[in-house]
Design a binder for this molecule. Structure first.
Ligand code: 5RP
Length: 223
């Protein structure tokens, strides 16, 4: 099976976790795009979605799925999103699509995080994928030095030769060379560096379930 087919498979499998009659939290990325396509098939049976990015909002609306502001609604039953890496405890690296801040906000507003991913995302230890960190631009170089002190190399993510600007008007650093053995402690520490908006380690908002697309079908992992 191709990676695209695995994404389609887990995107459809996630429908099983959608609470009918309710509002579902929707993430961002190519795997979530498959979920959004599947969600359109049952759009008459849900109230709508809270979205984690302008890209997902546009897709949802184009398929006739109502999108609510996070402030208009209370706690959500589930948040469905992909990951760049997921370890054996359900801790993740996210933000490859630069949507990590809103993803963490909607995840925090939801009772359960259902991660949908193909098997290439499963790792023994986080840190192989460059860690995305959303930062306030005036703090960029100091944060670069703070990562250097931890043994990492941080680079500003570019788009068309200029710093990429997130949905929140900020920049992204991608950090390589880190071994993240203690994701909870790491997330707590980096989050409190001045100028860090969001670090792409999702340990406090970890997955409750991972639907992993494998050659043998969808593997359901509960954490
Ligand atoms: C976006 C994300 C995505 O969930 C992550 O990058 C995985 O994306 P894809 O499903 O395209 O592999 O965190 O900010």
């Amino acid at each position: 099976m191709t990676q695209d087919e695995l994404k389609t498979l887990v995107g459809r499998a996630a429908l099983h976790y959608v609470a009918l009659g309710e509002i579902v939290g929707v993430g961002t990325g190519s795997t979530v795009n498959k979920f959004i396509e599947a969600l359109a098939d049952i759009k008459g049976q849900i109230k709508g979605a809270v979205s984690s990015s302008t890209a997902s909002t546009e897709r949802l609306r184009a398929l006739g799925i109502p999108v609510f502001d996070a402030n208009e609604v209370g706690e959500l039953a589930v948040y469905i999103d992909g990951a760049d890496e997921i370890d054996g405890r359900g801790y993740m690296i996210k933000g490859g699509g630069a949507a990590l801040t809103r993803e963490k906000i909607v995840a925090a507003q939801s009772r359960r995080f259902i991660c949908i991913a193909d098997e290439s995302k499963k790792v023994a230890r986080l840190g192989g994928f460059p860690l995305p960190v959303e930062v306030i631009p005036m703090a960029t170089q100091r944060i670069v030095r703070q990562f250097q002190a931890l043994g990492g190399t941080a680079k500003v993510r570019l788009k068309d030769g200029r710093p990429l600007v997130t949905d929140n008007g900020q920049h992204i650093l991608d950090v390589t060379g880190l071994q993240i053995g203690e994701p909870l402690a790491f997330e707590t520490e980096v989050n409190q560096w001045p100028g860090v908006v969001t670090v792409g380690v999702f340990a406090h908002q970890k997955a409750a379930v991972c639907l992993l697309g494998t050659a043998g079908g969808v593997q359901t992992i509960n954490y």
